[in-house]
Design a protein around this ligand. Structure first.
Ligand code: SOE
Length: 381
Protein backbone atom coordinates (compact mmCIF):
# COMPACT_ATOMS: atom_id res chain seq x y z
CA UNK A 1 0.00 0.00 0.00
CA UNK A 2 1.31 3.41 -0.95
CA UNK A 3 2.32 5.52 2.03
CA UNK A 4 1.92 9.29 1.56
CA UNK A 5 4.79 11.53 2.66
CA UNK A 6 3.72 15.15 2.96
CA UNK A 7 6.39 17.55 1.77
CA UNK A 8 6.89 21.23 2.58
CA UNK A 9 9.47 22.79 0.26
CA UNK A 10 11.19 26.07 1.12
CA UNK A 11 12.57 28.02 -1.83
CA UNK A 12 11.48 28.23 -5.43
CA UNK A 13 14.61 29.26 -7.30
CA UNK A 14 16.76 26.98 -9.45
CA UNK A 15 16.85 24.25 -6.77
CA UNK A 16 13.17 24.68 -5.88
CA UNK A 17 12.44 23.76 -9.48
CA UNK A 18 14.72 20.71 -9.54
CA UNK A 19 13.18 19.39 -6.31
CA UNK A 20 9.59 20.12 -7.40
CA UNK A 21 10.24 18.22 -10.61
CA UNK A 22 11.62 15.28 -8.61
CA UNK A 23 8.52 15.13 -6.38
CA UNK A 24 6.26 15.15 -9.44
CA UNK A 25 8.10 12.43 -11.34
CA UNK A 26 9.63 10.01 -8.85
CA UNK A 27 6.69 7.62 -8.54
CA UNK A 28 6.19 7.58 -12.29
CA UNK A 29 9.57 5.88 -12.74
CA UNK A 30 10.44 4.13 -9.47
CA UNK A 31 8.36 1.51 -7.62
CA UNK A 32 8.34 2.91 -4.11
CA UNK A 33 6.39 2.33 -0.93
CA UNK A 34 6.37 6.07 -0.18
CA UNK A 35 4.64 8.64 -2.37
CA UNK A 36 5.56 12.28 -1.81
CA UNK A 37 2.58 14.60 -1.62
CA UNK A 38 3.36 18.19 -2.66
CA UNK A 39 1.59 19.78 0.32
CA UNK A 40 3.13 23.24 0.59
CA UNK A 41 5.63 25.55 -1.03
CA UNK A 42 7.15 28.33 1.05
CA UNK A 43 8.95 31.53 -0.01
CA UNK A 44 8.77 35.20 0.90
CA UNK A 45 7.38 36.69 -2.28
CA UNK A 46 3.64 36.07 -2.26
CA UNK A 47 2.85 37.18 -5.82
CA UNK A 48 5.25 34.82 -7.56
CA UNK A 49 4.71 32.00 -5.09
CA UNK A 50 1.13 31.33 -6.18
CA UNK A 51 2.15 31.08 -9.84
CA UNK A 52 4.97 28.69 -8.92
CA UNK A 53 2.57 26.55 -6.85
CA UNK A 54 0.13 26.32 -9.76
CA UNK A 55 2.82 25.54 -12.31
CA UNK A 56 4.33 22.69 -10.28
CA UNK A 57 1.24 21.41 -8.47
CA UNK A 58 1.90 22.45 -4.86
CA UNK A 59 -1.36 22.25 -2.88
CA UNK A 60 -0.79 25.34 -0.69
CA UNK A 61 1.55 28.28 -0.05
CA UNK A 62 3.26 29.69 3.04
CA UNK A 63 5.32 32.87 3.24
CA UNK A 64 6.84 32.14 6.68
CA UNK A 65 8.86 28.96 7.16
CA UNK A 66 8.05 28.89 10.90
CA UNK A 67 4.37 28.39 9.99
CA UNK A 68 5.28 25.63 7.57
CA UNK A 69 7.19 23.78 10.28
CA UNK A 70 4.28 24.19 12.73
CA UNK A 71 1.85 22.49 10.35
CA UNK A 72 0.70 19.03 11.45
CA UNK A 73 0.12 17.96 7.87
CA UNK A 74 3.84 18.21 6.92
CA UNK A 75 6.11 15.16 7.39
CA UNK A 76 9.29 16.41 5.72
CA UNK A 77 10.83 19.84 5.29
CA UNK A 78 12.94 20.32 2.18
CA UNK A 79 15.32 23.31 2.26
CA UNK A 80 16.12 24.82 -1.14
CA UNK A 81 16.55 28.39 0.04
CA UNK A 82 19.89 30.28 0.19
CA UNK A 83 22.68 28.78 2.29
CA UNK A 84 22.45 31.19 5.23
CA UNK A 85 18.89 29.99 5.92
CA UNK A 86 19.74 26.28 6.13
CA UNK A 87 20.82 26.18 9.77
CA UNK A 88 17.83 27.81 11.45
CA UNK A 89 15.27 26.00 9.33
CA UNK A 90 16.92 22.58 9.68
CA UNK A 91 17.33 22.85 13.45
CA UNK A 92 13.74 24.04 13.96
CA UNK A 93 12.38 21.37 11.61
CA UNK A 94 14.29 18.59 13.37
CA UNK A 95 13.16 19.83 16.78
CA UNK A 96 9.58 19.71 15.50
CA UNK A 97 10.14 16.06 14.57
CA UNK A 98 10.12 16.57 10.80
CA UNK A 99 12.39 14.74 8.39
CA UNK A 100 14.82 17.21 6.81
CA UNK A 101 16.19 17.31 3.29
CA UNK A 102 18.67 20.10 2.55
CA UNK A 103 20.33 21.51 -0.56
CA UNK A 104 24.12 21.60 -0.66
CA UNK A 105 26.29 22.91 0.85
CA UNK A 106 24.94 21.81 4.23
CA UNK A 107 25.64 25.20 5.82
CA UNK A 108 27.67 28.39 5.52
CA UNK A 109 30.35 26.91 7.78
CA UNK A 110 31.17 23.78 9.77
CA UNK A 111 30.06 25.26 13.12
CA UNK A 112 26.51 25.67 11.80
CA UNK A 113 26.73 22.33 10.01
CA UNK A 114 27.66 20.57 13.25
CA UNK A 115 24.60 21.98 15.03
CA UNK A 116 22.43 20.83 12.14
CA UNK A 117 23.88 17.31 12.20
CA UNK A 118 23.41 17.14 15.97
CA UNK A 119 19.83 18.41 15.70
CA UNK A 120 18.71 15.72 13.24
CA UNK A 121 20.58 13.03 15.19
CA UNK A 122 19.09 14.07 18.54
CA UNK A 123 15.61 14.17 17.03
CA UNK A 124 16.19 10.85 15.28
CA UNK A 125 14.70 12.13 12.03
CA UNK A 126 15.58 10.97 8.52
CA UNK A 127 17.84 13.44 6.71
CA UNK A 128 19.60 13.87 3.40
CA UNK A 129 21.71 16.48 1.62
CA UNK A 130 21.08 16.81 -2.11
CA UNK A 131 24.59 16.17 -3.43
CA UNK A 132 22.89 15.19 -6.66
CA UNK A 133 25.99 14.32 -8.65
CA UNK A 134 26.36 11.06 -6.70
CA UNK A 135 23.21 10.08 -8.59
CA UNK A 136 24.67 10.60 -12.06
CA UNK A 137 24.67 6.99 -13.32
CA UNK A 138 28.26 7.30 -14.62
CA UNK A 139 29.50 8.55 -11.24
CA UNK A 140 27.57 5.82 -9.43
CA UNK A 141 29.20 3.35 -11.85
CA UNK A 142 32.61 4.79 -10.94
CA UNK A 143 31.78 4.12 -7.30
CA UNK A 144 30.82 0.55 -8.20
CA UNK A 145 34.12 -0.04 -10.04
CA UNK A 146 36.11 1.38 -7.12
CA UNK A 147 34.17 -0.81 -4.65
CA UNK A 148 34.80 -3.85 -6.85
CA UNK A 149 38.52 -3.17 -6.34
CA UNK A 150 39.27 -2.55 -10.01
CA UNK A 151 41.56 0.42 -9.40
CA UNK A 152 43.64 -1.16 -6.66
CA UNK A 153 45.87 1.23 -4.78
CA UNK A 154 44.99 4.81 -5.72
CA UNK A 155 47.84 7.24 -6.38
CA UNK A 156 46.10 10.32 -7.77
CA UNK A 157 42.72 12.05 -7.57
CA UNK A 158 42.24 15.10 -9.81
CA UNK A 159 39.09 17.25 -9.79
CA UNK A 160 38.10 20.39 -11.65
CA UNK A 161 34.86 22.32 -11.43
CA UNK A 162 34.88 25.19 -13.91
CA UNK A 163 32.25 27.71 -14.99
CA UNK A 164 32.43 31.12 -16.70
CA UNK A 165 29.30 33.09 -15.81
CA UNK A 166 30.87 35.79 -13.61
CA UNK A 167 33.60 37.00 -15.97
CA UNK A 168 31.77 40.21 -16.86
CA UNK A 169 32.29 42.98 -14.28
CA UNK A 170 28.71 44.01 -15.14
CA UNK A 171 27.24 40.97 -13.33
CA UNK A 172 25.87 42.39 -10.06
CA UNK A 173 26.04 40.63 -6.69
CA UNK A 174 23.52 39.66 -4.02
CA UNK A 175 19.74 39.73 -4.18
CA UNK A 176 17.29 36.96 -4.96
CA UNK A 177 19.14 35.48 -7.93
CA UNK A 178 22.81 36.38 -7.31
CA UNK A 179 23.20 35.54 -3.62
CA UNK A 180 25.87 33.01 -4.63
CA UNK A 181 28.15 36.04 -5.09
CA UNK A 182 27.58 37.28 -1.54
CA UNK A 183 29.65 35.46 1.12
CA UNK A 184 27.27 36.52 3.92
CA UNK A 185 24.50 34.56 2.26
CA UNK A 186 26.46 31.81 0.49
CA UNK A 187 29.23 31.29 3.08
CA UNK A 188 31.90 31.39 0.37
CA UNK A 189 32.26 31.50 -3.41
CA UNK A 190 33.30 28.56 -5.54
CA UNK A 191 34.58 26.67 -2.50
CA UNK A 192 31.14 26.08 -0.99
CA UNK A 193 29.16 26.22 -4.21
CA UNK A 194 31.20 24.09 -6.59
CA UNK A 195 34.08 22.46 -4.74
CA UNK A 196 31.66 21.11 -2.13
CA UNK A 197 30.35 18.89 -4.96
CA UNK A 198 33.89 17.85 -5.93
CA UNK A 199 34.87 17.13 -2.33
CA UNK A 200 31.71 15.09 -1.70
CA UNK A 201 32.34 13.01 -4.81
CA UNK A 202 36.04 12.63 -4.00
CA UNK A 203 35.49 11.41 -0.45
CA UNK A 204 32.73 9.08 -1.64
CA UNK A 205 35.05 7.54 -4.23
CA UNK A 206 38.41 7.75 -2.49
CA UNK A 207 37.78 8.06 1.24
CA UNK A 208 38.54 10.76 3.81
CA UNK A 209 40.89 13.69 3.27
CA UNK A 210 43.76 14.02 5.71
CA UNK A 211 45.08 17.53 5.00
CA UNK A 212 44.83 20.46 2.57
CA UNK A 213 46.72 23.50 1.35
CA UNK A 214 44.91 26.09 -0.74
CA UNK A 215 44.94 29.38 -2.60
CA UNK A 216 41.96 31.52 -3.56
CA UNK A 217 41.53 34.60 -5.74
CA UNK A 218 38.88 37.28 -6.16
CA UNK A 219 39.42 38.68 -9.64
CA UNK A 220 36.76 41.39 -9.59
CA UNK A 221 36.96 43.28 -6.33
CA UNK A 222 33.79 45.39 -6.55
CA UNK A 223 30.37 44.84 -8.11
CA UNK A 224 27.04 46.56 -8.21
CA UNK A 225 24.49 45.33 -5.64
CA UNK A 226 21.56 43.66 -7.38
CA UNK A 227 19.08 45.00 -4.83
CA UNK A 228 20.46 48.55 -4.89
CA UNK A 229 21.14 49.48 -8.54
CA UNK A 230 23.93 52.02 -8.86
CA UNK A 231 25.46 51.10 -5.49
CA UNK A 232 28.86 49.37 -5.63
CA UNK A 233 30.12 47.06 -2.88
CA UNK A 234 33.25 44.98 -2.23
CA UNK A 235 33.14 41.38 -3.49
CA UNK A 236 33.40 39.02 -0.52
CA UNK A 237 33.57 35.64 -2.23
CA UNK A 238 36.38 33.53 -3.65
CA UNK A 239 36.03 33.63 -7.45
CA UNK A 240 38.56 30.84 -7.85
CA UNK A 241 40.15 28.27 -5.58
CA UNK A 242 42.86 25.64 -6.05
CA UNK A 243 44.03 23.20 -3.43
CA UNK A 244 46.17 20.15 -2.85
CA UNK A 245 45.16 17.30 -0.57
CA UNK A 246 46.54 14.19 0.98
CA UNK A 247 43.92 11.47 1.29
CA UNK A 248 44.02 9.09 4.22
CA UNK A 249 44.67 6.22 1.78
CA UNK A 250 47.92 7.92 0.75
CA UNK A 251 46.69 9.29 -2.57
CA UNK A 252 47.56 12.83 -3.68
CA UNK A 253 44.72 15.06 -4.81
CA UNK A 254 44.45 18.29 -6.78
CA UNK A 255 41.25 20.34 -6.92
CA UNK A 256 40.56 23.49 -8.92
CA UNK A 257 37.45 25.60 -9.33
CA UNK A 258 36.63 28.94 -10.90
CA UNK A 259 33.80 30.89 -12.48
CA UNK A 260 36.34 32.52 -14.83
CA UNK A 261 37.15 29.65 -17.22
CA UNK A 262 35.83 31.06 -20.50
CA UNK A 263 33.86 28.40 -22.35
CA UNK A 264 33.42 26.08 -19.37
CA UNK A 265 29.74 26.00 -18.33
CA UNK A 266 29.36 23.21 -15.80
CA UNK A 267 32.65 21.40 -16.31
CA UNK A 268 32.70 19.13 -13.27
CA UNK A 269 35.36 16.49 -13.85
CA UNK A 270 37.47 13.99 -12.00
CA UNK A 271 40.18 11.49 -12.85
CA UNK A 272 41.42 8.75 -10.54
CA UNK A 273 44.63 6.85 -11.24
CA UNK A 274 45.12 3.54 -9.48
CA UNK A 275 47.60 0.71 -9.86
CA UNK A 276 45.00 -1.44 -11.62
CA UNK A 277 43.33 1.20 -13.75
CA UNK A 278 42.02 4.73 -14.12
CA UNK A 279 38.62 6.41 -14.30
CA UNK A 280 37.74 9.75 -15.84
CA UNK A 281 34.43 11.65 -15.87
CA UNK A 282 33.16 14.97 -17.29
CA UNK A 283 29.69 16.23 -16.37
CA UNK A 284 29.39 18.02 -19.72
CA UNK A 285 29.46 14.51 -21.25
CA UNK A 286 27.59 12.97 -18.34
CA UNK A 287 26.44 9.70 -19.86
CA UNK A 288 30.02 8.48 -20.39
CA UNK A 289 32.58 7.03 -18.00
CA UNK A 290 36.12 6.61 -19.31
CA UNK A 291 37.87 3.53 -17.93
CA UNK A 292 41.38 2.19 -18.45
CA UNK A 293 41.74 -1.40 -17.25
CA UNK A 294 45.29 -2.58 -16.79
CA UNK A 295 44.06 -6.19 -16.75
CA UNK A 296 43.28 -5.99 -20.47
CA UNK A 297 45.70 -7.88 -22.70
CA UNK A 298 48.64 -5.67 -23.68
CA UNK A 299 47.72 -5.55 -27.36
CA UNK A 300 44.24 -4.12 -26.62
CA UNK A 301 45.24 -1.77 -23.82
CA UNK A 302 43.45 1.56 -24.11
CA UNK A 303 40.82 3.81 -22.62
CA UNK A 304 37.27 2.58 -23.11
CA UNK A 305 34.39 4.99 -23.14
CA UNK A 306 31.43 3.33 -21.43
CA UNK A 307 28.05 4.63 -22.57
CA UNK A 308 26.26 4.42 -19.22
CA UNK A 309 22.72 3.79 -20.45
CA UNK A 310 22.30 0.01 -20.13
CA UNK A 311 19.82 -1.64 -17.78
CA UNK A 312 22.82 -3.03 -15.85
CA UNK A 313 24.04 0.50 -15.04
CA UNK A 314 23.02 2.32 -11.84
CA UNK A 315 19.47 3.75 -12.05
CA UNK A 316 19.18 3.11 -15.80
CA UNK A 317 16.67 0.24 -15.54
CA UNK A 318 14.22 2.88 -14.23
CA UNK A 319 14.48 5.11 -17.31
CA UNK A 320 14.42 4.45 -21.06
CA UNK A 321 16.02 1.83 -23.29
CA UNK A 322 19.80 1.46 -23.76
CA UNK A 323 21.30 4.33 -25.71
CA UNK A 324 18.72 6.88 -24.55
CA UNK A 325 20.46 9.32 -22.24
CA UNK A 326 19.02 10.99 -19.18
CA UNK A 327 19.85 14.51 -17.95
CA UNK A 328 20.58 16.85 -15.07
CA UNK A 329 17.07 16.78 -13.60
CA UNK A 330 17.11 12.98 -13.34
CA UNK A 331 19.93 13.10 -10.78
CA UNK A 332 17.51 14.78 -8.35
CA UNK A 333 14.80 12.22 -9.11
CA UNK A 334 17.30 9.39 -8.52
CA UNK A 335 18.36 11.02 -5.22
CA UNK A 336 14.77 11.35 -4.06
CA UNK A 337 14.05 7.74 -4.97
CA UNK A 338 17.01 6.66 -2.84
CA UNK A 339 15.71 8.76 0.06
CA UNK A 340 12.21 7.27 -0.18
CA UNK A 341 13.67 3.78 -0.48
CA UNK A 342 15.73 4.32 2.65
CA UNK A 343 12.57 5.24 4.57
CA UNK A 344 11.02 1.94 3.55
CA UNK A 345 14.10 -0.18 4.23
CA UNK A 346 15.20 1.66 7.40
CA UNK A 347 18.73 1.86 6.02
CA UNK A 348 20.76 5.04 6.58
CA UNK A 349 21.07 6.97 3.36
CA UNK A 350 24.24 8.79 2.35
CA UNK A 351 25.01 11.62 2.13
CA UNK A 352 23.22 12.46 5.38
CA UNK A 353 23.91 15.62 7.42
CA UNK A 354 26.85 14.04 9.25
CA UNK A 355 28.46 13.05 5.96
CA UNK A 356 27.84 16.52 4.44
CA UNK A 357 29.42 18.00 7.57
CA UNK A 358 32.65 16.20 6.64
CA UNK A 359 32.59 18.05 3.31
CA UNK A 360 31.86 21.32 5.09
CA UNK A 361 34.85 20.76 7.37
CA UNK A 362 37.11 20.34 4.34
CA UNK A 363 35.65 23.53 2.77
CA UNK A 364 36.39 25.46 5.96
CA UNK A 365 39.94 24.08 6.07
CA UNK A 366 40.48 25.08 2.43
CA UNK A 367 39.40 28.66 3.14
CA UNK A 368 41.50 28.78 6.31
CA UNK A 369 44.55 27.50 4.46
CA UNK A 370 44.07 30.05 1.67
CA UNK A 371 44.24 32.77 4.32
CA UNK A 372 47.15 31.40 6.34
CA UNK A 373 49.16 29.82 3.53
CA UNK A 374 49.60 26.75 5.77
CA UNK A 375 48.75 23.08 5.39
CA UNK A 376 45.68 22.30 7.53
CA UNK A 377 44.98 18.87 8.98
CA UNK A 378 41.33 17.88 8.87
CA UNK A 379 40.02 17.29 12.38
CA UNK A 380 39.16 13.63 12.66
CA UNK A 381 40.66 13.10 9.18
C1 SOE B 1 26.23 27.34 -9.55
O1 SOE B 1 26.24 27.97 -10.77
C2 SOE B 1 25.46 26.03 -9.60
O2 SOE B 1 24.12 26.31 -9.90
C3 SOE B 1 25.57 25.31 -8.27
O3 SOE B 1 24.97 26.03 -7.21
C4 SOE B 1 24.96 23.94 -8.39
O4 SOE B 1 25.11 23.22 -7.19
C5 SOE B 1 25.74 23.24 -9.52
O5 SOE B 1 25.41 21.92 -9.57
C6 SOE B 1 25.49 23.96 -10.81
O6 SOE B 1 26.01 25.24 -10.65
Amino acid sequence: MAKPLNIGLIGYGFMGRTHSNAYRKVNQFFDLEYHPVMKAICARSEETLQAFAERWGWESCETDWHKLIERDDIDAIDIASPNNTHHDIAVAAAQAGKMVLCEKPLAINAAEGLEMAEAVEQAGVANMVWFNYRRVPAIALAKQLVTEGRLGKVFHYRAEYLQDWTISPKVPQGGATLWRLDAEVAGSGVTGDLLAHSIDTAMWLNGPIHSVTAMTETFIKERELQDEPGKIGPVSIDDACAFLVRFENGAMGTFESTRYARGRKNYNTFEINGEGGSLCFDLEDAHRLEYFDNCDDDHVHGWRSILVTDFEHPYMDKWWVPGCVIGYEHTFINALADFLDSLASGETLQPDFRCALDTQIVCDAVLESAKSGQWIEIAGG
